[in-house]
Design a binder for this molecule. Sequence first.
Ligand code: PEP
Ligand code: MN
Length: 338
Amino acid sequence: MIIVMKPHASEKSIENVVKMIQDSGLSAHLSKGEEVTIIGIVGDKSKISNRNLEIAPEVDKLVQVTESYKLTNKKFHPTPSVVKVGNTEIGPDTLSIMAGPCAIESEEQLLTIAHAVKAAGATILRGGAYKPRTSPYSFQGLEEEGLRYMKEASSETGLATICEIISEESLNAAVKYVDMVQIGARNMQNFQLLREVGRSGLPVLLKRGMAATIEEWLNAAEYIMAEGNRNIVLCERGIRTYETSTRNTLDISAVPVLRAKSHLPVIIDPSHATGVRAYVAPLSKAAVAVGADGLMIEVHNNPACALSDGPQSLTCPQFEDLCQELKPYADLAGRAFR
Ligand code: PEP
Ligand code: MN
């Protein structure tokens, strides 16, 4: 349930409502707009009297939130959230470009790609150190050594960094080296891991599970937020359908749907969505046009020899061209390109 305060309600009245909620053993979540403050209640609502809340000073109305996700719900927080990642921000005014290799393969490979994507306009370097591969015999990542190269690449280029984590152990390592952690499609409903990243406080990129509905996805984000971590960005990366010409099917409609349901930033990963290098540019443009807050793109200095996802990786010059082509789209969308 949310309590909508009257426009310009006093601090005293807001505090009074918060206290009523807390005294009933529930938690209160404040969203302060320019005029109106909204107070969300999470927990067993039977513990509190609606009538007492309704007649409290400067309460305008009570609104039931019927969806199972609350903190991630737009009703709890009507304005779009901005998530700070290292020295940059992801939100409604910018187009944030995350780029880098699928897997970190060596110090030299990562530094080469980091310099190239930085020069092209990316602000966040991606790179997998713990790879959740379909086959146990495929390259599984350099683990902590890879994370060290990420830190080095960040110091050399000034890029913020993101790495996927797949376990508590990898999370504990990642917090020492990177600015944001990624929960991959395969772990979107690993609830224990979601709680742990929630407690870590680090910004989280939560990818959509390959067969997850938007409601399940928002509930996964709710697990993270319920631990007190509000720094979540959602990433649409394609879902499983009957279509086989692409690796997955990009659900472009997820962007406006999420916009209507949640305040969290949404980015698109056209690389994993398509699995095909040639389709990355057109879908990147579509992503910006549909209102995405950013893109995550796989880039490799030598895709033919990549240890993971070479066929969908752009070369460094292709990535540079794409960034140039995206600028007018970003302008039209009213977003600063960074
Ligand atoms: C990745 O980004 O490296 C990755 C494995 O993506 P996904 O979880 O979307 O498959
Ligand atoms: Mn990949």
